[in-house]
Write a protein that binds this ligand. Structure first.
Ligand code: BTN
Length: 265
């Protein structure tokens, strides 16, 4: 990890943290390749639950399906957390959804009365534009330990042309500069609470996630799988999979290489 003398963001977050485990310890560096890469390496060195990596700039940030994750330097929140959770294999599939819900709660506080929406499995959208992407990585089977990577657009106002129609930020949504350190401290606190709740009451998390899920009751198309699947979005299974009602009957779509598009409204 390359180190910089400007550790102010990391120090500010640490000073504001009220979590028990998440963000403890918090490793900050001004520029890194990818915080997910660093966290995956740290998992193999037995880093503990809650250990987090935060940066102001990634040279090699990546997202789901091998896509690039681009975020302007020093304006956003780009971090990854190691999770070692005492949950069953079934509930593990709900972790990325629970994480998206937790971040969306923190976003909702800032953008109220506007309401963020969740796009299955774990994108957060504001007025149809993506404000946060989440990438959960594990070693082989979906079991803990896992690395949860979060890219939240905070104060970025100009996006590259290929993203300008589909991305937004807290600044663009509110017209106000948002303090990144307090936002991150708040995200980590909500995340900790929601992940605790996930182990005691997964049904409640599923209910709250589904209340904010985009497209429920609407016709959707799943792409990125071998076949084209069209159906009405019914809800979420215990495993976090998406349930669609298709002409052939109910279909369960598992998290993976799929995207969801509203086919018609
Ligand atoms: C997606 O929408 O495809 C997921 C994007 C995840 C981006 C975050 S930024 C912090 C962490 N480091 C990475 O390289 N990726 C994740």
């Amino acid at each position: 990890m390359s180190h910089s003398t400007d550790t102010s963001l990391g120090q500010k977050v640490s000073a504001l943290l009220t979590t028990r485990n998440l963000g403890r310890p918090l490793h900050y560096a001004h520029t890194v390749t990818s915080t997910n890469t660093l966290a995956m390496e740290a998992v193999q060195l037995n880093a503990s639950h809650g250990t987090a990596f935060l940066t102001d700039y990634q040279t090699n940030g990546y997202g789901r399906r091998g896509r690039l994750w681009q975020a302007a330097k020093g304006q956003n929140l780009t971090f990854s957390i190691i999770l070692r959770l005492p949950i069953s294999d079934t509930v593990t599939g709900m972790v990325p959804l629970a994480a998206a819900f937790a971040v969306s709660e923190a976003v909702a506080k800032i953008v109220s009365p506007n309401n963020p929406q969740l796009k299955w499995p774990n994108d957060i959208l504001l007025e149809g534009r993506k404000i946060c992407g989440i990438l959960l990585q594990s070693f082989g089977a979906p079991v803990t330990p896992m690395v949860l990577g979060i890219g939240l657009n905070v104060n970025q106002s100009i996006f590259p042309p290929e993203l300008s129609g589909s991305a937004t930020s807290l600044l663009l949504a509110t017209g106000q500069h948002v303090d990144r350190a307090s936002m991150m401290a708040n995200v980590l606190l909500r995340l900790e609470k929601i992940l605790e709740l996930l182990s005691t009451d997964p049904a409640l998390i599923r209910k709250r996630y589904t209340e904010n899920l985009m497209g429920v009751g609407k016709s959707c198309q799943i792409t990125g799988v071998n076949e084209k699947i069209i159906g009405t979005l019914i809800g979420i299974a215990e495993s976090g999979a998406l349930i669609l009602e298709t002409r052939q009957g109910l279909r369960t779509i598992y998290a993976g290489d799929v995207s969801l598009y509203m086919a018609y409204n």
